[in-house]
Write a protein that binds this ligand. Structure first.
Ligand code: GLP
Length: 244
């Protein structure tokens, strides 16, 4: 895994946006895997600015999002579809019909998950996947567990994740307890992966995923077997990385 350490959140976000825009320049019709959470917000702002300045063109890009809360409609201001629309898609020249986020209101969840994986295959697989990381090492909503799923599936959020994501909701009882998430197989099949993390709160988990031990208790440690992963962190999140 390659690691890039930037001074602060702003520099980390700029670096990640540059990697994405260069990638799109080289492959204008690429398939991007996109993520939500607090971390990518500034990176998306950079991409919006670059798009407005004519430096990056999303017109032929397709995007696949990692996950969605179960029970929230795309109009709900805490749904990941709403997040993507407001933080990126509404502000760039992407064709919304080419942006995919799981449907949190799907009646038949199994069917929704199956269709989601089929769609990824049909459009040619993910070229470049963006990941954030949960404090407990989850990626997408693949939570620590004895067994991990390879395919898109319904997952129960851990108490830890519910607590951390409560900051986005009025009260903790409003945080959905379930989500649809791409599985580890879907993520690992991406040709290239960029994981971003910022702040002291992520220092512990970042050091663990670089340690060299793989465990389903920390799903992100599986990234160690992927051939092309770049981790971009700021100095605060890099604080506990052991020097070689
Ligand atoms: C959510 C998302 C993850 C994201 C994580 C970290 O749980 N499902 O994809 O990586 O939050 O979020 P943040 O960037 O806000 O720390």
């Amino acid at each position: 895994m390659n690691i890039i350490i930037e001074k602060n959140y702003e520099a980390m976000s700029k670096k990640a946006a540059e990697i994405f825009s260069e990638f799109i320049e080289n492959k204008p019709d690429c398939i991007l895997g996109l993520a939500t959470g607090g971390t990518p917000v500034e990176m998306y702002k950079n991409l919006i600015r670059m798009n407005k300045e004519g430096k990056v063109d999303f017109s032929k890009v397709n995007s696949i999002n990692l996950d969605e809360y179960r029970g929230l409609s795309g109009d709900h201001d805490q749904s990941y579809r709403y997040f993507m629309n407001t933080n990126l898609f509404n502000n760039i020249n992407i064709n919304k019909a080419n942006t995919f986020v799981p449907n949190g209101l799907a009646k038949d969840i199994e069917e929704e998950c199956k269709n989601y994986d089929e769609r990824i295959e049909q459009i040619g697989g993910i070229d470049l996947q963006l990941l954030g990381i949960g404090n407990n090492g989850h990626i997408g909503f693949n939570e620590p567990a004895e067994f991990l799923n390879t395919k898109t599936h319904l997952t129960h959020l851990t108490e830890d994740t519910i607590q951390s994501n409560a900051r986005f909701f009025d009260k903790i009882e409003d945080v959905p307890t379930e989500a649809i998430t791409m599985g580890l197989g879907g993520i690992m099949k991406a040709k290239r992966i960029v994981l971003i993390a910022s702040g002291e709160g992520k220092a512990n988990i970042i050091s663990k995923i670089l340690e060299g031990k793989i465990t389903t208790d920390i799903p992100a440690t599986l990234l160690q077997v992927h051939p092309d992963v770049t981790i971009i962190v700021d100095e605060a999140a890099a604080k506990l990385i052991k020097q070689p």
